[in-house]
Design a protein around this ligand. Structure first.
Ligand code: NAD
Length: 443
């Protein structure tokens, strides 16, 4: 029975990829007009069906309509509009200088589409993280299979139901499912695999891709630190940290994971964080319709098990039946505590005290390279030292999480936080081949 299921899934995956490859080979995805048409159709889908998507996001993650619209729909529309605005210019061949010895030859770099792309999306921003990569894949002239996350089943179903109504069905396919379906897809030969999720599955994806020499982009996670130096405005600092941390109940890949409070900042910062949580979510965040829920019971149990060490400054109350975990700040957390051993990926913010900037930098560099490093400081010297002495996917001063909404900045990790990058023109780089063309006249 199980064997027959695996065979059936393999046959399905094979036929989907064959269909998309035939479309790609026909050349229909290459003209600029086809690409722009698809992007505009995606825009229409997001605007016409926004209510359906918001309902699905609420069912999956308890996302409030305002937050869900901003982080999932408006975000993707921005990415789309930026791409539509610049695509023609990005696709223009770039002239390259030719050494004198080859003159009068001419040289240029052209961006060739790759072919059939596989996009594997996670559950935490299940719409944005399926569609923003698709914007890049289509803009670069590819066909694409989108595999949404089974852990956000309502959003996955909405994507599967609605995408084919708006986009070219011969060029874009949605395959729903969990491990068996994804494994069957990974047996196929793709021209690029774009995976967003955790590093353990990232390794599975990369191993499968290696069999076909398929390039991969891995958008992973990790613990993104926030350095807070003495002397900064702690009320503003706390408000901005809390906003980035408790968005989507902390289930954001670039959420501040923990705070490194330099010198004597921890007690005052902790108090300001508690005030910021109250100001944003009220005295009882369970009643705030904009405050999300933990995706499932497994993650809920994992998170509540992390509450054991450290002093609770605010939060920690929880309810398994509704998968509610209050925005939580923990002070005096020892670096060896369980909450400091893995990416938290939930609404728990530990504060660790370090004596000075040297200690903060050492703490960061002893661990995996983070997806983002945040700092609140008034010192240009500190900014320069963090830029020069640490490595992270992004370095952001003063406004956690905001960098991913700047379409001219590349978004991606380094080391354990991932490989490759996307957004805006970087997506075009990811989903195309920079082909060298040299043309020397005869005679
Ligand atoms: P997830 O469980 O939804 O898994 C991601 C995808 O991998 C899903 O589509 C799932 O079906 C597939 N998958 C799971 N197991 C598989 C297997 N054995 N073989 C093949 N495919 C498999 O999401 P997740 O991994 O829990 O997501 C959370 C992680 O993702 C966090 O670490 C977070 O930081 C990271 N993340 C990173 C980014 C980013 O842009 N860098 C964005 C969001 C999340």
């Amino acid at each position: 029975m199980a064997h027959r299921l695996v065979e059936a899934l393999a046959t399905d995956a094979d036929s989907v990829v064959k269909r998309l490859r035939a479309t790609f080979r026909s050349g229909r995805t290459k003209p600029l007009d086809w690409r722009l048409d698809q992007l505009r159709a995606l825009r229409t889908l997001l605007t016409e069906q926004s209510e359906a998507f918001l309902a699905a996001l609420n069912a999956d993650l308890g996302k409030g309509a305002t937050e869900a619209y901003r982080t999932e729909i408006a975000f993707t529309l921005n990415e789309l509009d930026h791409t539509v605005r610049h695509l023609e210019e990005w696709l223009r061949p770039k002239p390259a200088a030719v050494p004198d010895a080859f003159l009068p030859a001419q040289a240029r770099v052209v961006r060739d589409p790759l072919g059939v792309v596989l996009i594997i999306a996670p559950w935490n921003y299940p719409l944005q993280l399926a569609l923003a990569p698709l914007v890049g894949a289509l803009a670069a002239g590819n066909t694409a299979v989108v595999k949404p996350s089974e852990l956000a089943p309502a959003t996955s179903a909405a994507i599967a139901r609605l995408l084919p109504r708006y986009l070219d069905r011969q060029a874009v396919a949605v395959v729903e499912g969990a491990v068996p379906e994804t494994s069957a897809l990974l047996e196929q030969r793709f021209d690029h695999i774009f995976y967003t999720g955790n590093g353990a599955v990232g390794r599975i994806v990369m191993a499968a891709a290696a069999k076909h020499l398929t390039p991969v982009t891995l958008e992973l996670g990790g613990k993104s630190p926030v350095v807070v130096e003495p002397g900064v405005d702690l009320a503003v600092t706390a408000q901005r940290i809390a906003r980035g941390k408790f968005l989507n109940a902390g289930q954001t890949c670039v959420a501040p994971d923990y705070v490194l409070a330099v010198g004597d900042t921890a007690p005052a910062l902790a108090a300001e964080l508690a005030a910021a949580v109250r100001a944003a979510h009220g005295d009882d965040p369970a009643g705030d319709p904009e405050y999300g829920r933990i995706v499932n019971e497994r993650h809920f149990d994992r998170l509540t098990a992390l509450l054991g060490e450290g002093r609770v400054v605010t939060g920690a109350s929880h309810d398994r039946a509704t998968r509610y975990l209050a925005p939580t700040v923990l002070a005096d957390v020892p670096p060896a505590a369980p909450v400091m051993q893995e990416e938290i990926f939930g609404p728990i913010l530990p504060i660790i005290t370090v004596p000075d900037l040297d200690a903060a930098i050492a703490f960061i560099n002893e661990r995996d390279k983070p997806l983002a490093l945040y700092a609140f400081t008034d010192s240009d010297r500190t900014k320069q030292r963090l830029a020069e002495e640490t490595s992270s996917g992004a370095l952001v001063f003063g406004l956690p999480v905001s960098h991913l909404a700047v379409p001219e900045l590349p978004f991606g990790g380094v080391g354990e936080s991932g490989m490759g990058r996307y957004h805006g023109e970087y997506s075009i780089d990811t989903f195309s081949h920079a082909k060298a063309v040299l043309d020397k006249p005869l005679g």
